[in-house]
Ligand binder design. Structure first.
Ligand code: 2P0
Length: 362
C-alpha cells in the first residue's frame, strides 16, 4: 500500500495590473466575458503582489483556502470554475525519487490546500482580485502539470475575476474581448514586455483605505442595465482608443499615452455617474489630484504625468520618468500631506523618497 503522508506543492507570485483602457461591463456574468477590449500595465512583481502556495496530499480531506492566514470559503462559483477548469486539464505527475505518481484521474480525486498572501495591506483599498486569481490559476496549473500556454491559462483566470487574466503577463497587456460564447477567445495577449518602456514610474496615492461601497461586479452590472453612455463607449469609443493606445505604447509616445489614459479613466467615471442609481468612486481628493495633474501638464506644455482611477478614490499616477516621479512625490506630499510615517506608504523601492528629499517628512 502506498503511504499517504506525502505532499507536493508549488509557490507562485503575481503582480497586480492597472487598466489604462478600462474594462467595465460583462456580456456573460458566469464566464466573465466583457463588452469591450481593455489594456493594462502590469506592476513590478515586488510591489503590489500576491504569493500563493498550492499543495496536494492524500491526507487532505477537502479543498481549503487561507487568505492572509484566515480561512475563506471556496464554495463560490468563481473559485469552483477555476478549480474545475484546471483539474480538467491536469496531466500525470511523477517523482520517481519520492515514489509519487499522480495520474490524470487522481487529480480529480485529490484535494488541494491553498495559502495566499497579499504583500500590501488589504485595508488599503487596492484591488487584490487581479493578482490573486492570476496567481492561483498559475500555481494550480503548475502543480497539476497543465500543458497549455499562458493565453489559455488567462481564459481560466478570467473566470475568477475579469481583470485577473491581464496579470498572467508582464509589461503591457491587452484583454481581447473575443466573440465566442464559450469564452475560449476572451484571453490576454502581451503587447510589449516590461523592458519595452521601463522609464515609466507608477505612484499609487492612497486617498482612502475604506472599503468601496459598490463592488465592481455589482457596479458594472448596474451600468450595463442602465447606462446609455456605456453602450456608446463600448461600441464607438473603446475600439478606436484600443488602436491608438497600442500605437502609443509601441512608439513610447507619452503625450498620446497620457491623453488616452486620463480620458478613458474620466469616461469610465462618467459611466458610473450615468448609472442609475449613480456610482461615486472618486471623492474630493481624487478630483483635486486630477485638477492638479491637469494644470501641471498644461503648465509644462507636454504631458508629465498620467492619472487613472479604478473602482475607488485612490489615484494611480504614471510619471513619464524617474525624475518626474520624484517631483510628483514631492508635490503630492506638499499638497496632500499624510499624517503618518511616509516610509510605510512606499511599498518596495523606498530610495525614491530619498531622491525626492522627503524621507524625513512625518
Ligand atoms: C479594469 N476594473 O479594467 C476595471 C477598471 C475596475 C475599473 O476590472 O467582476 O474585479 O471580477 O470581473 O475585474 C475591476 O473589476 O471585476 C476592474 P470582475 P474586476 O481594471
Amino acid at each position: 500500500e502506498e503511504s499517504s503522508n506525502w505532499i507536493v506543492m508549488v509557490t507562485a507570485k503575481s503582480p497586480t495590473n492597472i487598466a489604462v483602457i478600462k474594462y467595465w461591463g460583462k456580456r456573460d456574468e458566469t464566464l466573465i466575458l466583457p463588452i469591450n477590449d481593455s489594456i493594462s500595465v502590469t506592476l513590478d512583481p515586488d510591489h503590489l503582489c500576491t504569493t500563493t502556495t498550492v499543495a496536494v496530499s492524500p491526507a487532505f480531506q477537502s479543498d481549503r483556502m487561507w487568505l492572509n492566514g484566515k480561512e475563506i470559503s471556496l464554495s463560490g462559483h468563481r473559485y469552483q470554475n477555476c478549480l474545475r477548469e484546471i483539474r480538467q486539464r491536469a496531466s500525470e505527475y511523477e517523482d520517481e525519487k519520492r515514489g509519487i505518481r499522480i495520474s490524470k484521474e487522481d487529480w480529480g480525486k485529490l484535494h488541494v490546500h491553498i495559502a495566499s498572501y497579499n504583500n500590501f495591506p488589504t485595508a488599503a483599498g487596492l484591488a487584490s482580485s487581479a493578482a490573486g486569481f492570476a496567481c492561483l490559476v498559475f500555481a494550480l496549473g503548475k502543480l497539476m502539470q497543465v500543458k497549455e500556454d499562458l493565453g489559455a491559462l488567462s481564459a481560466i483566470a478570467r473566470q475568477g475575476s475579469g481583470s485577473a487574466c491581464r496579470s498572467l503577463y508582464g509589461g503591457f497587456v491587452k484583454w481581447v474581448m473575443g466573440n465566442d460564447v464559450t469564452g475560449k477567445d476572451s484571453i490576454a495577449v502581451q503587447l510589449a514586455s516590461e523592458k519595452h518602456w521601463d522609464d515609466l514610474v507608477i505612484i499609487i496615492a492612497v486617498v482612502s483605505s475604506r472599503q468601496k461601497e459598490t463592488s465592481s461586479t455589482t457596479g458594472m452590472r448596474e451600468s450595463v442595465e442602465t447606462s446609455t453612455l456605456l453602450h456608446h463607449r463600448s461600441k464607438e469609443v473603446v475600439p478606436k482608443r484600443i488602436v491608438q493606445m497600442e500605437e502609443a505604447i509601441a512608439n513610447r509616445d507619452f503625450a498620446s499615452f497620457s491623453k488616452l489614459t486620463c480620458t478613458d479613466s474620466n469616461q469610465f467615471h462618467a459611466v458610473c455617474l450615468d448609472t442609475c442609481p449613480p456610482i461615486f468612486y472618486m471623492n474630493d481628493t481624487s478630483h483635486k489630484i486630477i485638477s492638479y495633474v491637469e494644470k501641471w501638464n498644461q503648465y509644462e506644455g507636454t504631458a508629465q504625468v498620467a492619472y487613472t482611477f479604478d473602482a475607488g478614490p485612490n489615484a494611480v499616477l504614471i510619471a513619464r520618468d524617474r525624475k518626474t516621479a520624484g517631483h510628483l512625490l514631492q508635490r503630492l506630499l506638499f499638497y496632500f500631506p499624510p499624517n503618518v510615517d511616509l516610509s510605510s506608504y512606499v511599498l518596495g523601492d523606498k530610495s525614491i523618497l530619498q531622491e525626492a528629499g522627503v524621507e524625513s517628512l512625518k
